[in-house]
Structure formats: C-alpha cells, structure tokens
Design a protein around this ligand. Structure first.
Ligand SMILES: NC(=O)C1=CN([C@@H]2O[C@H](COP(=O)(O)OP(=O)(O)OC[C@H]3O[C@@H](n4cnc5c(N)ncnc54)[C@H](O)[C@@H]3O)[C@@H](O)[C@H]2O)C=CC1
Ligand SMILES: [Mg+2]
Length: 343
C-alpha cells in the first residue's frame, strides 16, 4: 500500500491526476464543448460520420452486412478537394463523442454535395436512417442516431423562437445563441415512456396503423408537461387500452431519433389479472393483444421483420434488438424463465 500511496503522491506533485480513462474522456469532451478553439483543433484530427440530407453513410463490412462508415479528417478534406469544395465545410460538423484515446468524433451533413460523387469517393452508400437501423450492428446504431439527431436539431433551429432572428452555433454544436437577445438554445429531446404491461402470465403488445404488417410493440407515449414518468405510464395505459396499472418499475432508457429526438424511458408494469379486458380509444392503435411467453419467445428468436421466402409466422414479429421495446420483451422472457425454474 505504501508504494501505491507514494506513486499517487508523486503523480500529484507532477500534476498528473490518476483519472480513469472514462473521466479523462468526459473531461476532454466537456472542454471541446466549452472551448471553440480546442474544438476547431480537434476537428483537424477527428473522425467523421457523414450524412447526406440526414441519410447516414454506410459501407459493406468485410464479414458481411453493413457498418457505419467512419472517415478521418484527412479523408473528408480529400473528398472536399476532389469535389472542388472549401475545406472549411469541416467546421459545419457537430461533436458527438470521443474515443478512449481522445480522438473527437463528429457528424457532418454533406447534403450540399452531389450524393453519388461522395458515395463513389468513399466507397459507401447513403441510406435512409430507418432502413440503416435494420442494416447496422447494435454498436453503430447509437452514434449514427446521435449524429442524425444533432444535425436535424441544428437544421431546424437556425432562428430564435423568441424573436425570429438568426442563432449562431458554438463550434461543438452543443448550443445555439441568438445574437440579439443572447438567449441560449440547447439540443432537445422529448421524453417518452415505453411500457411492457403484463398480467403475470401474458404481456400486452399493440399495433399502430402505420406499423409494417405483423409488427407489435410495447405501449408508448410522450410525457405531458409537468408529468413524472410514472404518471405518463399510468395515463398512457389508461388512455390507449383502458387498463389501470397496479405497479411499475424502471428498467432502462434509449435515445430514439424518431419522430425527431426522443428519450425513451422503459418500464415494466403489471395490471390486475382479473381486469385485463382491453378497450381501445381514438385512432392511434388499431389493435392491442395479449401474447403468451411462447409466442413472444418465438418472435424474439425469429428476429426482425420476416424476409421474403423465409419461414416463420409473418403475422407476428417484434421490434429488433436495437429498439428498447425488444429489451423489455427479452427481460420479461428471462424473468418468466426464472419463475418457472424457481417454481
Ligand atoms: N425504441 C422503441 O423500442 C420504440 C419507440 N417508439 C417511439 O415512441 C414514440 C412515441 O410513441 P407514440 O405511441 O407515437 O406516442 P403517443 O402515444 O404519445 O402518441 C403520439 C401523439 O402524441 C402527440 N405528441 C405529444 N407530444 C409530442 C411530441 N413531443 N412529439 C411528437 N408527438 C407528440 C402527437 O399528437 C402524436 O401524434 C414514437 O416516436 C415511436 O417511434 C415506440 C415504440 C417502440
Ligand atoms: Mg402511444
């Protein structure tokens, strides 16, 4: 212990602080958000996710499937030079994170450039975000979704909502300031509660008319102003299916870029097994049904949407693993397994 204390003491004398790499990463990101010059410098050695009118750039992975295309600053500059564009376009990027070794990561929409020309130079393809979600592995979904959300927020907040005058971004893109009133605007997310309702034996899933055929998901709804997540869950379940929640517990959350930028807060809830009669209201849901453990287990093991020519039951599938609704279903199935094992 003594030598460890001595190292700590000496490192403090030398000005080196024994932060974990996570703390260093987060402190570095904070500095880039607060210091425009540091962020401008970081752009020169950063890595970039490109978008074309909000469609992310993907490339074919060696082992099959697709990955998010990650370009280095020099690659992006090279593309801009070849397309006769000013390298300053790089400064229109938004900071979305940094790697463990403090390489800053940015998203950049090159919607002003010719789509096919960029695709050819990068050896990739711009794909609509919804479609991209089904093509990408789980670890790529979060940065791609974050980059998309930030670009979209900036594209729709160029003017102050208080006086209609232009707003100016900071270099990181973590805020915009109205140059006249000095009001600061920050990127926003709308909180949404998503809930898997069970009666102890079955779980309740629903369909909106806009869902692809056979897709059922957990109930979800935007939080009203001033509501807690618990109040939103109780209200949405009452509104949408006419049931009263008895108990609920939080399990996780997810950023979701649709319809714009939502923070999905996921909960499990129970209803009284004696009061499970569903009554739909309004036009939002076209159907809500109770599903057994076996049915859900089957849908989870079949994976995402049924592909043409594939077996399985196309009349019932659930959101794919990148969606928090899928996590709720996995957790419920695991819990049922434990209940059976412990019986
Ligand atoms: N990641 C996941 O696993 C899942 C995500 N979702 C997402 O949850 C979100 C909410 O679910 P819904 O049942 O559609 O919500 P909802 O039940 O609150 O109904 C949507 C309606 O709420 C109103 N609304 C209130 N505040 C709004 C806001 N800030 N933005 C947009 N509309 C607002 C609009 O009239 C809209 O038509 C959807 O965007 C959907 O994409 C839904 C299921 C699964
Ligand atoms: Mg809803």
């Amino acid at each position: 212990m003594r030598w460890a204390a001595q190292i700590l003491f000496r490192s403090r004398l030398l000005g080196w602080r024994p932060y974990s790499s996570y703390v260093s990463q987060m402190r570095y990101l904070l500095r880039l958000k607060e210091d425009d010059e540091a962020c401008q410098l970081a752009l020169q050695s950063g890595s970039f996710l490109l978008y074309h009118r909000l469609a992310p750039l993907l490339h074919k992975a060696e082992q099959g499937g697709y990955r998010a295309a990650i370009l280095q600053a020099a690659d992006v500059k090279g593309i801009l030079r070849k397309l006769d564009r000013d390298e300053q376009l790089l400064e229109e990027s938004f900071l979305i994170g940094c790697s463990e070794n403090q390489v800053a990561q940015f998203s950049l929409d090159v919607g002003g450039l010719e789509r096919e020309a960029v695709e050819e130079l990068c050896g990739g393809v711009f794909v609509d975000l919804k479609k991209a979600f089904f093509l990408l592995p789980g670890q790529d979904v979060s940065p791609v979704s974050r980059g998309h959300a930030l670009i979209h927020w900036h594209q729709t907040h160029s003017y102050s909502s208080a006086n209609g005058l232009p707003t100016k971004r900071n270099q990181a893109g973590s805020q915009r300031v109205c140059q006249t009133s000095r009001i600061t605007y920050y990127p926003q997310m709308a909180p949404v509660a998503i809930v898997l309702v069970t009666d102890g034996r079955q779980c309740l899933l629903a369909r909106q008319p806009s869902f692809p055929r056979g897709l059922y998901s957990a109930l979800a709804g935007f939080c009203d102003m001033g509501e807690t997540v618990e109040e939103t869950v109780r209200r949405e379940v009452a509104e949408e299916v006419g049931l009263e929640v008895q108990s609920l517990n939080y399990t996780g959350s997810q950023h979701w870029p649709f319809p714009h930028s939502s923070l999905m807060v996921a909960c499990h809830a129970t209803v009284n097994p004696g009061s499970t009669q569903v009554s739909l209201s309004g036009a939002e849901l076209e159907e809500a049904r109770w599903f057994s453990v076996a049915e859900v287990r089957g849908a989870l093991s079949r994976g995402g949407p049924p592909r043409r020519g594939e077996g399985g039951n196309p009349s019932f599938w659930v959101p794919p693993p990148f969606a928090v609704a899928n996590q709720l279903l996995q957790e419920w199935i695991n819990q049922q397994g434990h209940l059976v094992a412990g019986f």
